[in-house]
Design a protein around this ligand. Structure first.
Ligand SMILES: C[S@@+](CC[C@H](N)C(=O)[O-])C[C@H]1O[C@@H](n2cnc3c(N)ncnc32)[C@H](O)[C@@H]1O
Length: 227
């Protein structure tokens, strides 16, 4: 998979892309991630990419022209099909189902807005999908893009060491994951549920299924309605 991120703050991404599983995924060649500084696509001699909204109002908007030029340049490099996603609080809410769907794309271009957002013509003419990471307003699309990248990349086959970790985690089958424990079996007076120490796989499986239902019922009863 190839991911291209258009942003005015490419440095922000190192915190996520150059660490841990996402870093290893790139090293293993499972994903290629390119950051593009929007200012490189500005025709302005001061590399300006924002301007005031027509009709007045607070703040600045990212202009359509540099974004258009960035998307075109990336598409020329890719040559195949690509999906262009605008990070936006007005978009469709991101969830695990969206993450799985997007992880099957070959090429994804993510556009990060900033300031008051982007010129509406970006949505109208350049973007295939608008995605929001929740009903709140961030300063910019960078954190939202990082959330998408993190969720999507770990779903690419071969990225996680044990592919079973994907089968048994929260939101699979609309259930939350069962509780998990590690050593020591007793810490202070806090004991691990005895069934987990029996080695009886069938019993452990049944216990985990029941616990997953319990966790979901107590923390996210809305999910149970979807089962
Ligand atoms: C301050 S916000 C602009 C909000 C815009 N004025 C509005 O009211 O819809 C600047 C940028 O942050 C990003 N952003 C903010 N909240 C977001 C969210 N919940 N999900 C995804 N992106 C978000 C978008 O790229 C947006 O263009």
């Amino acid at each position: 998979m190839r991911l291209d991120i258009i942003t005015i703050f490419p440095e922000m991404f190192s915190a996520v892309l150059d660490q841990s599983i996402i870093k290893r995924a790139q090293e293993k060649g499972k994903v290629q991630i390119f950051k593009h500084n929007l200012r490189d696509y500005s025709l302005d001699k001061h590399r300006k990419v924002d301007d005031r909204p027509f009709g007045g109002g607070p703040g600045m908007l990212l202009q359509v022209e540099p974004i258009f030029r960035a998307v075109q340049a990336i598409k020329r490099k890719i040559r195949g099909k690509s999906k262009v996603v605008l990070l936006s609080p007005q978009g469709k809410k991101f969830n695990q189902i969206q993450a799985k769907r997007l992880s099957q794309e070959k090429n994804l271009i993510l556009i990060c807005g900033h300031y008051e957002g982007v010129d509406e013509r970006v949505r109208e003419h350049l973007v295939d999908e608008e995605i929001s990471i929740g009903d709140y307003v961030l300063t910019g699309g960078e954190l939202a893009a990082m959330v998408l990248v993190d969720c999507i990349v770990r779903l690419i086959p071969g990225v996680l060491g044990d592919k079973n970790s994907l089968n048994f985690e929260s939101f699979e089958g609309n259930l939350l994951e069962y509780p998990q424990y590690s050593r020591p079996a007793k810490f202070r007076s806090w004991k691990v549920p005895p069934v987990l120490l029996t080695g009886a796989h069938d019993k452990i499986k049944a216990w985990r299924q029941l616990q997953a239902l319990r966790q979901t019922r107590s923390k996210r009863p809305d999910l149970l309605k979807k089962i």
